[in-house]
Design a protein around this ligand. Structure first.
Ligand code: 5AD
Ligand code: SF4
Length: 455
């Protein structure tokens, strides 16, 4: 058995891809390891969304090279591969910066990894003895054949499973690299998705998170003569699959929140009362410069409609502070929107210039200190609201899907319907179960509770 180490950066789409990469390589005799020291093949599945993620990848790569050199002293080797969005954006340039990298592959080409690995091995054998340099296999195509058509079914059971239904983005927000790295918007056919969802359910999935960079723009090809599928219809069909008790979807764009999707939050009990709906900023001037295609008012109107059909819905968002031209007054409007909505959780970032994006060329870039100050201010408010939300759960009994062991011995950790991280004390046999938990205390990053009843 050969050992495969995968490190995943960035979003859940990458997590799904990494799982599928493990599925593809398992028949080739690669078993997963969490220890990069023993890896025969090490893959970094990278993220290009902000500069920081990219820098982290390069420093991790340097460490892998050192490990590979140590292994070579013991007459072992390591194939080093870089996948994901940095690979897509930079291609062979990665090998100029890190010449010891053997394989660079894009997110649409990973079904071809077995072939790339075979090529890398042949090239390594051919240059035996010439240590130091990688062998230079690059595949960052957007192939005509879809990877989804050739990927093997997973055999790994996960109570909370991810399922990619859509990839790419046609929105072209001016700060964002996604339309360039993941390409044009593409929806998988509904029939294929439902097959995969049934397979996951058979393997033991209780929760499915439907994934896409623009998941609510989903428009899947019809199943035999029927009409095109939207996300709401797909959610209803997944809810009909035996064993699927919870459904989530991420990430959505406000301008694709259709009426039938909002109604699904009212009608489909399996659809969890949680929505991640990024707003990015609270000022219309900034939203327009970002090419967001929604206004502060249209966004708030959607939240209002969601709260009407599902009053307990927990809301989450992404924010960017320090977008070019953002004034103190603009930023105040972001704070004001946050105070109005009171998010249950949120992610906030300093604007980061991305190569090739229109905002990178805009004048009036905001100084780093101003960005840091705004981020701190914003996070103070967001954290306060998140803590309030978690504290408001105390005394409630919630259904929690126990996903993994906790950080401390005897602890288990899972998610509430509202996506809160829940820690309990309990026996490992609860792993993968949905159980009733009484919430005892609320904290900054989650809640603690105790088991009520095993369902
Ligand atoms: N700078 C900072 N944050 C960004 N995001 C996307 N592009 C950038 C950028 N250039 C954030 C957005 C998006 C999340 C995934 O990452 O908030 O919703
Ligand atoms: Fe990027 Fe905007 Fe597309 Fe989201 S909607 S992936 S932020 S371009």
């Amino acid at each position: 058995m050969q050992k495969l180490f995968i490190k995943t950066y960035g979003c859940q789409m990458n997590v799904y891809d990494s799982e599928r990469i493990a599925d593809i390589l398992s028949p080739m005799g690669y078993g997963l390891t969490e220890n990069p020291d023993e890896a025969d093949l090490a893959i970094l599945n990278t993220c290009h969304i902000r500069e920081k993620a990219e820098q982290k990848m390069y420093s991790d790569l340097g460490r892998l090279r050192d490990r590979r050199d140590e292994r070579r002293q013991d007459k072992q080797d390591m194939i080093i591969a870089v996948g994901g969005c940095v690979a897509q954006a930079e291609g062979a340039e990665i090998m100029r910066q890190a010449p010891y990298v053997d394989i660079v592959f894009g997110p649409q080409a990973y079904h071809r990894l077995p072939e790339m690995i075979a090529r890398a091995k042949r090239a390594k054998d051919a240059k035996e003895g010439k240590v130091g340099k990688g062998v230079g296999v690059v595949d960052t195509d957007f192939p005509l054949e879809s990877k989804f058509d050739t990927l093997p079914q997973t055999e790994v059971s996960r109570a909370a499973s991810f399922l990619t239904i859509q990839e790419g983005c046609d929105k072209f927000c001016t700060y964002c690299v996604v339309p360039y790295t993941r390409g044009a918007e593409f929806s998988r056919p509904a029939g294929d998705i439902l097959e995969e969802a049934k397979h996951l359910a058979r393997l033991g999935a209780k929760e499915i998170t439907l994934l896409g960079q623009n998941v609510n723009a989903y428009h899947g090809a019809p199943i035999l003569g029927d009409k095109e599928w939207g996300l709401a219809r797909l959610i209803r069909a997944v809810a009909d699959i035996d064993g699927i008790e919870r459904i989530r979807y991420v990430t959505s764009h406000p301008s694709d929140m259709t009426q039938d999707l909002i109604e699904a939050h009212r009608d489909v009990p399996q659809l969890m009362p949680y929505l991640h709906l990024p707003v990015q900023a609270g000022s219309n001037r900034v939203l327009e410069a970002m090419n967001r295609k929604h206004t502060r008012e249209s966004y708030l109107e959607i939240l209002e409609q969601l709260r009407q059909v599902r009053p307990d819905i927990a809301l989450s968002s992404d924010f960017i502070v320090g977008f070019p031209g953002e004034s103190d007054k603009d930023f105040e409007q972001t704070l004001d929107l946050v105070r109005q909505v009171r998010y249950a959780q949120a992610y906030s970032f300093k604007y980061s210039i991305r190569p090739g994006t229109p905002a990178g060329l805009m004048e009036l870039q905001v100084p780093e200190e101003v960005k840091s100050e705004r981020l701190q201010q914003l996070q103070d408010v967001l954290n306060e609201h998140q803590l309030d939300f978690n504290k408001a759960s105390v005394g409630k009994v919630m259904k929690v899907l126990i996903e993994r062991k906790g950080r401390h011995v005897g602890n288990l950790s899972g998610r509430s319907p509202y996506m809160q991280s829940v820690t309990i004390e309990g026996n490992d046999r609860l792993l993968g179960q949905i159980i009733d938990v009484e919430i005892k205390s609320g904290h900054a990053n989650g809640v603690r509770g105790s088991v009520k009843l095993v369902s």
